[in-house]
Ligand binder design. Structure first.
Ligand code: WQD
Length: 350
């Protein structure tokens, strides 16, 4: 039973490819290589370079490789970029799903694992853990495109008998091996590394939130755990043609920015005493997954703790630096990560 992984040359996709193969499932990767890297795809995995907007090519690939299911991860994922370029995000992330669903219908492929995001929740109203059935009010175009993608997948599921799992990722970090690390510096942990590299203190965006230590609380999940969640979803869809799942993928454990900095100090041996910066518009005080639904539906739970995430992220960061990649591909990210205090996170814009 072959699975097509769109975006399989990306940071998360490369981990998912390995998790599926570890289950003995043949995999084909489809990636436009805009942010993915072909070095991340194992030599014996077919790699088709193409855009998911190319429905004809997708249909051909699905047929040629006798694909039984798709894990759709190709897409754009930067909140700030989505605010600046909303139509680009709608084209890549919404039109991309539309194109894929039509290609799957044409090739009669009836299983889909869709990469969604906790960004669909926006500013969760309730205290405590975020459940899948709360009202979704995304704050950024990025979050909107993921929610629109979920809606389309669900509607197609009803219309065409498509078994699906919409997986809402929380804050992904770490690497299963150093070569598979995140090449960008657009999230807290790599942004802290970039600041430390630049000899500057990490920035904390807001220290007066209504949280135990005043800094924002998130649910960090190891990318290797996220990958096994996809394998568990694929297994479920293989045996359940009626599956219609929307699931948080998180640990259900809240971690503050200051706690992340403590873990970074432990992993690196460096001083992570932060510099307080203004709140980023659009940051919710606390976004932590209710993780019981995915446990009940897929029998999945995360196995790695925060220390494992930060240790492996640091090992990957150092590998990237020593390979010279930081200068080549990470310059923009490192520059933005090292950027000025209080630079706005446009995720708050509607
Ligand atoms: C985490 C916390 C910052 C950098 C976004 C998307 C989400 C998902 C993950 C893709 C926040 C604080 C950060 C820094 C800081 N992406 N921070 N200093 O905003 O929770 O989630 O990325 O699917 O959908 O919305 O992640 O890593 O940017 O920030 O204090 O230098 O760290 O304010 O509280 P976020 P993040």
């Amino acid at each position: 039973m072959t699975w097509l992984v769109t975006g399989g040359a990306g940071y998360i996709g490369a981990h998912v490819v390995r998790a599926l193969r570890a289950e003995g499932l043949p995999v084909v990767v489809f990636d436009d290589l805009s942010t993915g890297a072909k070095e991340r795809v194992p030599d014996d995995v077919p790699l088709i370079a193409g855009s998911v907007l190319d429905g004809e090519l997708l249909t051909e690939v699905l047929r040629e490789h006798d694909v039984a299911g798709v894990v759709h991860m190709a897409g754009k994922k930067r909140v700030d970029e989505s605010v600046a370029e909303p139509t680009f995000y709608y084209r890549e992330n919404v039109e991309g799903v539309r194109s894929l669903l039509d290609a799957m219908a044409a090739a009669d492929v009836r299983r889909l694992v869709f990469s969604s995001s906790a960004a669909v929740y926006g500013m969760p109203e309730q205290e405590g853990l975020v459940r899948e059935d709360v009202d979704c009010r995304p704050l950024s175009p990025y979050g909107q495109t993921k929610l629109a993608g979920e809606w389309m997948v669900r509607a197609q599921g009803l219309a065409r008998g498509l078994a699906f799992a919409n997986l809402r990722y929380f804050n992904v970090a770490g690497a299963a091996e150093p070569a598979l690390g995140d090449q960008g510096a657009f999230n807290l942990i790599p942004m802290v590394f970039a600041r430390l590299d630049a000899g500057r203190p990490p920035l904390v965006f807001g220290t007066d939130y209504p949280t135990p230590d005043g800094t924002c609380v998130r649910d960090y999940i190891h990318v290797a755990d996220l990958a096994t969640a996809h394998a568990a979803a694929a297994r479920r869809l293989a045996g359940d043609p009626q599956a219609a799942l929307t699931l948080n993928v998180g640990r259900g454990a809240g971690v503050s920015v200051l706690e992340v900095l403590t873990a970074v100090a432990a992993a690196t041996g460096l001083d992570t005493t932060p510099e307080a910066a203004a709140r980023r518009p659009g940051d919710a005080p606390s976004v932590v997954a209710a993780a019981d639904r995915i446990a009940a539906e897929l029998g999945w739970h995360a196995e790695h703790d925060l220390a494992a995430m930060v240790d492996s992220a640091w090992a990957a960061w150092q590998a990237r630096r020593s390979s010279g990649a930081a200068g080549a591909t990470g310059a923009a990210g490192a520059a933005s990560a090292a950027g000025s205090a209080g630079s706005p996170n446009p995720s708050g814009s509607p």
